[in-house]
Design a protein around this ligand. Structure first.
Ligand SMILES: Nc1ncnc2c1ncn2[C@@H]1O[C@H](COP(=O)(O)OS(=O)(=O)O)[C@@H](OP(=O)(O)O)[C@H]1O
Ligand SMILES: [Mg+2]
Ligand SMILES: [Mg+2]
Ligand SMILES: [Mg+2]
Length: 354
């Protein structure tokens, strides 16, 4: 019998993402319609993002103390005197999440050690958030953590995802994502919501619900022609270029409307065949994509039969630090069609330069 590589990491990552997803679900009910807090880069952050990062980081520190974490958030803004109400909320929410049990015994057991030495004070929780300060790089093990990806979607009641990937020697080897608002069955949009996605390099891609450990294999759609494909793109026009996407669709003969969806749920959707192509073409010359926005999602798609590259067809390089500074944009599609999509991307971008 073959054993699954990274089985312990996979189990702990699933427990961590599940607890953070349930927390985020609860917080979203209270926050929808509010604006969150603006970070220095003008993007929003909420108590949900901070609390999720504190929880996941605490579990990783317990089980893999030697591993580093590249987390999106840090506590510097929270340490301002004006943020004391938010700090109190984070401590309350994190403590509540610790006292709530997960549906599955095995997953709950992973948290027992954290509970025993539970971070109690505000300082403990802020320190947990700040363990996400790794600079990443080509050597050793780094967990890429996006505690809530698609914060704008989270705030408008749309899609968002808790994303955790393990990068070993610069390569993503494990990816887990929790999408609390994604229907478990894409054909039944009003059915059960909440899907967990998991992939280990070389072992395939899987989906499960929040309440059962049964894993269902998923794979990308096998298209008979690109003209029947559908695109997934960001909701935010500031994060990916919608107009170039429209030209690429035209070049490929695609007539279906693109599906706009927040967060790495786009990777999850195409990995299970609910959409075919993910395009994220840069809007700004200087923006560098962040490793936590792509680590888990890109492995999931690769393991589901896809190829993920930048807009020039170059593989995403996770070994360069906290950003994908060696790449521009992201293009993901089934391995049989990816090269054709890149050709169209290059043509569309070339036309714009003329
Ligand atoms: N200018 C620019 N270009 C590209 N990407 C950017 C940019 N600014 C922000 N971000 C990152 O986008 C992440 C959200 O992903 P999406 O664009 O897929 O979702 S959404 O439509 O914005 O909801 C979002 O992740 P979260 O901050 O975790 O929500 C950001 O890391
Ligand atoms: Mg953010
Ligand atoms: Mg993100
Ligand atoms: Mg985020």
């Amino acid at each position: 019998m073959s054993t699954i590589r990274y089985s312990r990491e996979r189990q702990i990552a699933l427990s961590a993402v599940l607890k953070a997803s349930l927390l985020a679900q609860k917080v979203q009910e209270q926050l929808v319609g509010s604006g969150g807090v603006e970070k220095r880069d003008k993007s929003p952050v909420t108590v949900g993002d901070y609390t999720s990062q504190a929880l996941v980081s605490s579990l990783l520190a317990l089980h893999f103390p030697a591993d580093r974490i590249i987390g999106e958030e840090d506590s510097s803004d929270l340490r301002q005197p004006s943020q004391s109400a938010i700090k109190d909320q984070i401590v309350r929410l994190a403590s509540e999440a610790m006292s709530e049990s997960l549906p599955l015994e095995e997953e709950e057991r992973a948290w027992e050690g954290v509970k025993a030495g539970e971070p109690k004070t505000e300082a403990d929780w802020l320190a947990a958030i700040d363990r996400g300060n790794s600079e990443g790089g080509a050597s050793g093990r780094h967990w890429a953590l996006d505690p809530i990806d698609g914060t704008k979607g989270f705030l408008r009641g749309g899609q968002y995802a808790v994303c955790l990937g393990l990068i070993e020697e610069g390569e993503v080897v494990l990816g887990v994502m929790g999408c609390p608002n994604l229907p478990l069955d894409p054909k039944n949009k009003d059915g059960e919501k909440g899907a967990l996605f998991v992939a280990v390099k070389g072992e395939g891609a899987f989906q499960r619900s929040f309440t059962s450990s049964t894993l269902t294999p998923i794979s990308m759609s096998t298209l008979t022609s690109l003209s029947s494909a559908s695109f997934c793109e960001s909701v935010e026009a500031g994060h990916s270029d919608h107009s170039t996407n429209a030209r690429i669709a035209q070049l490929l003969g695609i007539t279906k409307d693109s599906v706009r969806m927040d967060s790495q749920a786009k990777y999850c959707s195409i990995a299970r065949g609910d959409g075919d192509i993910y395009l994220r073409l840069p809007v700004s010359e200087t923006y560098q994509e962040k490793v936590w926005d792509h680590a888990s999602g890109s492995l999931l798609v690769a393991e589901a039969g896809g190829v993920v590259s930048d807009m020039h067809g170059k593989p995403l390089d996770f070994s360069l630090g906290r950003t994908l500074r060696g790449n521009k944009g992201v293009v993901a599609a089934h391995k049989d069609w990816h090269a054709k999509v890149i050709e169209a991307v290059q043509q569309a971008v070339g036309e714009e330069k003329k």
